[in-house]
Design a protein around this ligand. Structure first.
Ligand SMILES: [Zn+2]
Length: 206
């Protein structure tokens, strides 16, 4: 059984070793933005990475969500911790990485969330720390955080494909958070320099 410090050191080493792939994933998603409920490619890219890491998952949850499950090893029972990342972009045609056809752009930084989730998963799966952990980790790429394109969403609702227009609301209705004791995610923000991150900042969108 590893000490907490040794487990952290191993996870960080694994993340550092895969730095180029993690950045590639985030940049790939940045260059292929898709708005809420349309995250077909982003969902597929997520599944590719879950496959590479041998993480079992279900997909098509709330149309495009991908939900995995990783069990800790021999440390006994423990909580179920959701690890969330948003699939969707905004629509900002003037953004330097906007899609010229749709105007979609990751102006809210969800590509960075996806890269962070992948980094955390690599740190857990690829570092042999899992056998020293208890409980379950639930990586969950979720659709439609941004509340935009309401007319299109009303059409999806009329067609019976969704009931709620936002992703989390729909997932709550579907019971997809019922198996989690807590959930963690990060979001880009505008912090005063030289701060690089903060814990527990406000985030009203989700
Ligand atoms: Zn956001």
């Amino acid at each position: 059984m590893l000490t907490n410090e040794e487990a952290k050191r191993r996870a960080i080493t694994a993340i550092d070793q895969h730095k180029a792939e993690i950045i590639y994933l985030a940049q790939d998603i940045l260059k292929h933005p898709e708005t809420g409920w349309n995250e077909i490619r982003t969902s597929k890219v997520t599944r590719t990475w879950f496959d590479k890491l041998s993480i079992p998952y279900r997909h098509g949850i709330g149309l495009t969500g991908v939900k995995g499950s990783i069990r800790g090893g021999g440390a006994g029972p423990g909580p179920s911790v959701g690890l969330l990342a948003e699939l969707d972009s905004l629509r900002v045609p003037e953004h330097p990485f906007s899609d010229p056809l749709t105007g979609a752009a990751h102006a809210c930084g969800h590509h960075a969330q996806m890269g962070s989730m992948l980094g955390a998963l690599i740190g857990l799966v690829d570092s042999s720390v899992l056998e020293s952990l208890s409980g379950t980790i639930v990586p969950f790429a979720v659709p439609a955080e941004e509340f935009i394109e309401v007319e299109n969403r009303l059409k999806l609702k009329s067609a019976g494909k969704i009931e709620f227009l936002g992703g989390k609301q729909e997932l709550i209705k579907l019971g997809e958070f019922d198996d989690m004791d807590m959930a963690i995610r990060m979001h880009t923000g505008d912090l005063p320099r030289p701060m690089k991150m903060s814990v527990g900042g406000t985030c009203n969108g989700p």
